[in-house]
Ligand binder design. Structure first.
Ligand SMILES: [Zn+2]
Length: 222
């Protein structure tokens, strides 16, 4: 939805994908066959990673983690649905959260936003969203974020130029708050058996900024 995302992709040569599969088998799988055989039996991921569907956000790449470590859900703008005890809305993401925490007992949740996020930018493009009804519906989840940002702009606390990056960051904090409204998450956080982290991935810089709850700002991971 941002300019950089609008250019149409070159058609993919399918052989490149098949070549990638053969390369994986030869250079990744065979040298570590025993690891994959054990991994095939079970998973015990330590972290639920909630990230954006954006093609540039690759959880295992930026954290240098291996298969079996991250349980991942990615959606447009890395949103967490508000807790709904009747399980009627936005279940694709809330089911992943429930399964990761209650069934797999992950001990950490990461919400990861990123720079130049098309989903966050789309909050301000009502006209374009008319032809994307499902995206529009999904982004309703970010309406509290939009409200916070618009109030800051109205009070001149941030400029229009800063709007998108501010939205991307405040969105991470808001989704962390949404997680704390899930009773089984709040309970585990209070018991000390679950931590929640908020990250901001700056793609061009190759940096990740971690949200410091006490200082209420993002601090670059050194
Ligand atoms: Zn995004």
């Amino acid at each position: 939805m941002s300019e950089s995302e609008r250019k149409n992709p070159e058609p993919i040569d399918y052989n490149r994908l098949f070549e990638g599969i053969r390369d994986f088998k030869t250079n990744e799988f065979i040298p570590r066959q025993q690891f994959f055989e054990e991994l095939g039996q079970q998973q015990s991921p330590h972290t639920l990673f909630i990230g954006c569907s954006d093609s540039r956000v690759i959880p295992n790449l930026v954290t240098k983690t291996i298969p079996g470590e991250l349980f991942v859900v990615r959606n447009i703008a890395n949103l967490v649905p508000l807790y709904d005890k009747n399980s009627e809305t936005f279940v694709a993401t809330s089911a992943v959260i429930e399964y990761a925490v209650k069934q797999l007992n992950v001990t950490n949740i990461v919400i990861c936003g990123h720079s130049n996020c098309g989903g966050c930018a789309a909050l301000y493009y009502d006209k374009e969203l008319k032809q994307l009804p499902h995206t529009k519906k999904w982004l309703e989840l970010a309406s509290p974020v939009k409200k916070i940002v618009e109030e800051k702009i109205a009070k001149n606390k941030i400029s229009l130029d800063e709007r998108n990056s501010f939205t991307e960051k405040i969105n991470v904090v808001e989704q962390m708050n949404h997680l704390m409204k899930y009773p089984y998450i709040r309970k585990r956080v209070k018991e000390g058996t679950l931590t929640i982290m908020g990250w901001y991935y700056h793609i061009e810089e190759g940096e990740i900024y971690n949200y410091d709850k006490k200082k209420r700002r993002f601090i670059r991971v050194e």
